[in-house]
Design a protein around this ligand. Sequence first.
Ligand SMILES: Nc1ncnc2c1ncn2[C@@H]1O[C@H](COP(=O)(O)OP(=O)(O)OP(=O)(O)O)[C@@H](O)[C@H]1O
Ligand SMILES: [Mg+2]
Length: 350
Amino acid sequence: MAEGKLLVGVDIGASSIKVVQIKESRRALSIIRHAHVELPRDTIIDGHVMNPSVVTEALQEVFARAKITQKEVAIGVYGQSVIVRKIAMPLMTKEELQESIGWEAEQHIPFDIKQMTFDYEVLNRFPEEQRMDVLLVAAKRDEVNDVATVVRDAKLKPLVVDINAFAMQNCLEKALNGLPKDRTVAIVDVGAANTTINVLSRGTSAFTREIQTAGASITEEVRKQCNLGWEQAEAYKCGSQGGLVPQDVNAAIDLACGHLAGEIHRSLDFYLATSGEADITRIYLCGGGASLAPLSRAIEEKARRPVEIFDPVSAFAIDKRVDEAALRARGPQVAVALGLALRRVKEVRT
Ligand SMILES: Nc1ncnc2c1ncn2[C@@H]1O[C@H](COP(=O)(O)OP(=O)(O)OP(=O)(O)O)[C@@H](O)[C@H]1O
Ligand SMILES: [Mg+2]
């Protein structure tokens, strides 16, 4: 396969698998294939694959639905076993860094280093101050292997394993035609089980955090408070039940959105307090939770910053082979898959 060829983006989320294939031409980037397949609840918990055969079958189904024949894919990992740290180090050469990064990683990773796979990248060099910032990324090797195994079992080739937080960033960067160089913004993906935050300062990732409260926690709170079944609570939340939503359900949704917004706000405040960096001027919201209007309102209220629903699809041309209405309806939900689909074979992240 040609080096530099785009990979199929495969986002294995807690509630569904999204796949996207992009084609690059001289004039535009086009989405040429897309499909979405729901997963039964509890198939994936905090990034762990609990039921591998279900995921493998769903992968085969989603590729068949999308009519994708390319086997080379990029996948994302996320959850509590993924560690991202920006570390300050003395200025050194590439070779010196390669030699000392293992020791350095041991100091910053709160797990046994032997169980981790890690990668790093120099973010900034400050020669006058004889220091540099290095981004260290680590994930539990077993968990990466588990996800890669289900993907291989579906007869796919996972050539790139990325971190969801970076895939979102990659997608935002493409959609905005470059990240803002003079401002700090945050991108927040509210999925079913996980909320991923990535603060982008002067064009690079300055802070990431995963919160285990997201769309499913909102449904759960509605279910409990209003004494409903899960499906009913989910349908009310997504506005898919038809007819009026009872007042107590709306109140429960608002309350649950307030809790999640509070957690997001605390994470952003923690970043500002510990980094001493400039203010966060905008929050881009994506993931399925971005479609929940009371949630974006609640984040805006709690964080007192403008929230913009990030719909990356509008930045791409859409090929006629794609069910455009279905794709557009899911716009913010495909941010991670699109970010992964922009990855290339043997790409070196700069
Ligand atoms: N129209 C909608 N209104 C409100 N919530 C919605 C809507 N559509 C989807 N959601 C919610 O979004 C969540 C699914 O989003 P998404 O597909 O981004 O999650 P995921 O990637 O499967 O999960 P995770 O990222 O946590 O692993 C679910 O909780 C679902 O209820
Ligand atoms: Mg997700």
